[in-house]
Design a protein around this ligand. Structure first.
Ligand code: NAG
Ligand code: NAG
Ligand code: NAG
Ligand code: NAG
Ligand code: NAG
Ligand code: NAG
Ligand code: NAG
Ligand code: NAG
Ligand code: NAG
Ligand code: NAG
Length: 641
């Protein structure tokens, strides 16, 4: 099956690895301001510095070599052929004899080429930078009966904060009978801050004030859950599969909410922005309505300083069997993580066999999201499973990273575009979201597919409150609520009584699941369940963060480097380290923060689920660390069938 990747064109990264500072580095290489853009004859390579305020991972072979050379033009760098096209960097940049010095005139200023990106026609090139982004081409947008409307944010001041999500509502339909939304082009007003934007469709009219006054918002937008349009760095436009379009107006979507993500790491004040989309609608309805689904993991707890953490989520067979009426056709797929994401993959499975890499395992760059488009589309049958794999590197942080909206929080989500979509069916009834929370899938929850006994835990007794109430009293008696579970008495109880004897709370079996059960999704007494779960969440940090904070307090030992991954703290067998009270306070603050984020997600989910109940597949754990901490135990619970 032919797979093309053309729905969106993808940005090439900067000439220099440190993109936000590329201007000042241009003067450090010969002809730095005259490097031709290999993708666009006649144009000068500007780098994407202005597009990557986050200080992107932007990298090409020359950029990496330049960085390795200490951001200096050295003879070695000059003699090297970074992009492997047969010419040295010096030959490409007009310093063939490698004699140029900063400020001097280069030997020649013509006949230049890009040292990190091969010419389009190069036969010898060995690097992946040979492919320039395809120009955006979508003839359908210029077709007959197509109208274009610009939906842009009212000019709005950008707060002097690193991360801001801002939303404005729009009426989408401009006809009484339905039309199809068939594509978009971005309208980027302020490149300094625009990070990404999404147009969501709403099932009911948003509150009136949101039409007139843009306001800060989160990703979970109440009744506006269907993603219509997505823009990220480098994307020139969207061109939906010619069989389908999003149904707008008439009996289709009538309202949308535009959400912009502004990234302003320098906390510059005085910016304004009015970005948005040009949307293209056709009156000539296509055969099918298009839809999107969001799959992924809602409870991320990523320990600090790890070179590789793997998180997997599966939208299980039992859910697609129940909620898919018919075969769906996937026309596009995109994975979403934040800045700790390094690799990702989306794959389609049937009866235990992988049948399609929807988004092959590859380097992930937050600043250059890719949508993989399929033409012809991929068959997605009832009972098929979609697996999302996310890989994170947390070596640059000393704190635990949680699921969250902020650029410094993390996500692990897949978005799929598919048809046919029945717009009259609610998002839940067509499995528009298949979100796991620590091994429990929202699909299981609302359809009560939960088995009675899950990995030794009696779900019935969890649901009816029997186990949580008993455990709550025992925990209270063991001082678990006075010091967020880090009190030695509590830890003794957890390690020697609760965990060995109660599978619902045993970290080696189903503790993560039990935590979520305890979080009140099963209509339990919320005070009891919240107390238990916050204590258990707090536990995660008793070992690792106490140790880490203690280390940071100590004068730095000479043999320790921040680039060396430290094995995770030995988990439950270790009882020491509860030394100072202020550490505990910090830990409590940290764990509460994570807890609140997770709680916010759960509240959102439970609103969606209307208190119904139960469950699916995540497993989160570490790779590359020999000692698998049970605190981050990998659970093999990717449910199927
Ligand atoms: C445009 O739409 C009208 C009404 O739906 C239809 O009659 C006409 O054939 C369309 N024109 C083209 C070129 O598709
Ligand atoms: C829509 O926005 C584009 C890009 O900013 C602009 O060129 C065009 O004139 C706008 N069209 C309308 C109808 O406002
Ligand atoms: C910026 O962030 C601070 C601290 O998080 C917050 O109190 C403030 O409201 C934010 N400012 C704006 C304009 O959003
Ligand atoms: C949207 O559609 C409704 C019903 O079809 C119609 O009454 C309304 O006027 C339309 N709105 C716009 C802006 O065209
Ligand atoms: C969603 O729509 C329902 C029904 O119109 C409304 O009661 C509810 O408040 C809305 N939710 C949000 C978050 O706007
Ligand atoms: C999986 O295999 C079973 C038995 O061979 C078959 O009935 C079922 O349709 C298969 N599932 C899918 C999604 O093809
Ligand atoms: C599945 O089919 C039934 C009967 O045709 C219909 O009522 C229901 O809305 C469909 N559900 C979905 C998700 O398409
Ligand atoms: C699970 O708990 C319920 C209610 O407390 C009890 O009736 C049932 O026997 C238990 N099931 C098992 C297998 O222990
Ligand atoms: C992390 O902690 C180490 C000391 O353990 C310190 O040298 C380093 O600067 C810290 N990194 C960050 C990003 O805070
Ligand atoms: C996720 O899936 C990949 C590929 O199957 C596997 O290598 C990895 O160990 C899994 N990670 C977890 C945490 O289960």
């Amino acid at each position: 099956m032919k797979t093309t990747m053309l729905l969106l064109s993808v940005a090439l990264a900067a000439l220099l690895s440190c993109s936000h500072a590329h201007k000042s580095f241009q003067s450090r290489i010969p002809n730095g301001d005259r490097v031709p853009n290999p993708c666009q004859p006649g144009a000068i390579w500007a780098g994407v510095g202005h597009q990557s305020p986050a200080g992107a991972n932007a990298r090409n072979p020359f950029g990496m070599d330049f960085k390795a050379a200490g951001l200096q033009w050295t003879v070695d760098l000059c003699r090297k052929d970074s992009d492997g096209d047969g010419l040295t960097n010096g030959q490409e940049l007009g310093d063939p004899d490698c004699v140029w010095k900063v400020g001097a005139a280069p030997a020649r200023t013509t006949g230049l080429s890009h040292p990190g990106i091969c010419p389009l026609d190069s036969a010898t090139c060995k690097n992946s930078w040979t492919v320039c982004p395809k120009a955006f081409s979508c003839p359908a947008l210029d077709g007959a009966n197509v109208t274009m409307r610009n939906l842009t944010l009212k000019p709005t001041p950008v707060p002097a904060n690193e991360t801001t999500y801002i939303c404005q509502a729009f009426e989408l339909n401009n006809t009484a009978s339905p039309v199809h939304l068939i594509g978009s082009r971005p309208i980027i007003d302020n490149k300094n801050v625009m990070h990404h934007m999404i147009m969501y469709a709403c099932s009911v009219k948003p509150e009136q004030t949101l039409f007139d006054n843009p306001k800060q918002c989160f990703m979970a937008l109440g009744n506006c859950t269907e993603m219509l349009n997505l823009w990220g760095y480098g994307v020139k436009g969207e061109c939906f599969n010619s069989n389908a379009g999003f149904r707008i107006g008439g009996d289709g979507f009538r309202y949308g909410v535009l959400q912009l993500h502004w990234n302003n790491p320098a906390r510059h004040s005085g910016y304004t922005d009015a970005s948005g989309f040009a949307l293209y609608f056709t009156q000539n309805l296509r055969p099918y309505d298009l839809g999107t689904v969001m799959y992924g993991e809602g409870n991320l707890v990523l320990p600090p300083r790890q070179p590789l953490i793997s998180v997997n989520h599966t939208c299980p067979s039992v859910c697609t069997n129940r909620y898919h009426n018919e075969t769906r056709y996937i026309t596009g797929a995109t994975i979403h993580m934040h800045t700790y994401g390094i690799k990702g993959r989306i794959s389609l499975w049937r009866n235990g066999t992988m049948i399609k890499d929807l988004s092959p395992l590859q380097v992930y760059d937050y600043n250059s999201p890719e949508i993989h488009a399929f033409d012809p589309p991929i068959e997605y049958r009832k009972g098929d499973e979609v697996k999302t794999e996310c890989y994170f590197n947390t070596q640059k942080t000393n704190v635990t990273i949680f699921f969250g909206e902020g650029t410094s929080d993390e996500m692990c989500l897949s978005f799929l575009y598919y048809y046919p979509n029945d717009v009259s069916v609610s998002t839940d009834d067509k499995l528009g979201r298949c979100i796991g929370v620590s091994g429990i899938n929202s699909c299981w929850l609302r359809s009560r597919i939960t088995p009675q006994i899950e990995r030794g835990c009696n779900i019935t007794a969890m649901r009816n409150g029997e186990i949580p109430n008993r455990v709550y009293s025992e925990m209270a008696a063991n001082k678990c609520f006075s010091r967020t579970g880090c009190d030695p008495l509590c830890r003794n109880y957890l390690e020697n009584t609760l965990w060995p004897n109660n599978a619902c709370y045993d970290p080696k079996r189903s503790r993560q699941m039990a935590e979520v059960l305890a979080l009140g999704l099963f209509q339990l007494n919320s005070a009891v369940t919240l107390a238990i779960s916050s204590t258990l969440f707090g536990q995660r940090f008793c070992e690792q963060e106490i140790k880490m904070l203690a280390e940071m307090d100590r004068p730095a030992a000479p043999d320790r480097t921040t680039t060396t991954a430290r094995p995770p703290a030995t988990p439950t067998s270790q009882k020491g380290g509860l030394s100072s009270e202020h550490l505990l306070i910090i830990i409590v603050v940290c764990s509460c923060l994570g807890f609140i984020l997770i709680l916010a997600l759960l509240i959102f989910l439970s609103i969606k689920l209307k208190g119904a109940s139960s469950a699916a597949g995540l497993s989160s754990g570490q790779q590359g660390a020999p000692d698998k901490s049970s605190v981050y135990k990998v659970y093999d619970n990717e449910a199927s069938g």
